[in-house]
Design a binder for this molecule. Sequence first.
Ligand SMILES: [Mn+2]
Length: 430
Amino acid sequence: MTEEMIGADVVARHNESRLAALRTDYESLGERLDRRGIAIDDIRDRVAGFSVAVPSWGVGTGGTRFARFPGTGEPRHIFDKLEDCAVINELTRATPNVSLHIPWDKTEPAKLIEAGERLGLGFDAMNSNTFSDAPGQAHSYKFGSLSHTDRATREQAVAHNIECIEIGKAIGSKALTVWIGDGSNFPGQASFAKSFERYLSAMKDVVKALPEDWRVFTEHKMFEPAFYSTVVQDWGTNYLIAQELGPKAFCLVDLGHHAPNVNIEMIVSRLIQFRKLGGFHFNDSKYGDDDLDAGAIDPYRLFLVFNELVDAELAGAEGFHPAHMLDQSHNVTDPIESLMVSANEVRRAYALALLVDRNALSAHQDANDALMASETLKQAFRTDVEPILAMARLEAGGAIDPVAAFREAGYRARVAAIRPAVAGGSGGIV
Ligand SMILES: [Mn+2]
């Protein structure tokens, strides 16, 4: 029996007053979609089957390079974090898995398994951390980790990644995500070729430790914390890495890790075409790696990314099973609310992409009718699919309006009473 953080009775009370309006809206949308030859129940079922993993580090408030402002009732440790993650899944029914970060979440695997079972949560990709120094570690990552000039530092970083795999094996994870902060801040500081060579060699040692049924995701990022160059800079470099590391290696696309205005949906298409798309860190940004909630700034871009994903899904693209994860950092919102909104936005983009008339789009492309091709996408994007998302949640036991239900339940105040405010805590922008 899964332990409830919010309670089915609270959710049912919340839904009761909204049920009639939802039924009417769903029926009305169903009629309109029917005229376009789309069965609304099919879209609802696909949406219900779509999940996105929540990052354990996302439930704490993040911060900027300048300051961190802790929120009330912040999780003290991984078990508090898992309870917050369970709240998100209880209300959205879209996030049954949590992605852990080591060493932030390091504890006995048996206790993680017990907490996961108790809260009805599974574990998604493991995340290693060689972009900051853990207390007491022998060698500093100040000047890099897997690409460091010093062999002992590289070996320490490899050993840490292998430890993440070992913990992941014990708790049922099937993937390792590696993001490094390695790079340089000044021209001439590092040899591009030698650092990349050292990185590849170290990653090959990590890959050797992967179980047969595991995948490794490497995450590119064009800047920060290094501002002149990064070792795993862009999707091209990432693709080279996946090629070099072999069949278990795939590229992870974090939406905030590109230059402004880069055509991310085209990158996604390329990686799908060459069977190297591993998965996503969904978030949104105005300028750089802002780590805002998914769809907060440019929901159309999120839709265009999903347009490529749905295209591949419907075409049955070989080896296509990307991992969907959120990666965001909160400064001014309640992290639980933000993560629920993001999970909902990712599902919305998926639902909208399912509405695209692909035969029409293909015909317009072949006829070089740019306007109608664009309008075909816009027609799908302009649809308000909220009734579909709400119905999928409702039928799975979730809330019609997750944020309202969360506020009604008084969860934050309840945990604030037992979780003292902390100045530190783990969380960050990765
Ligand atoms: Mn990320």
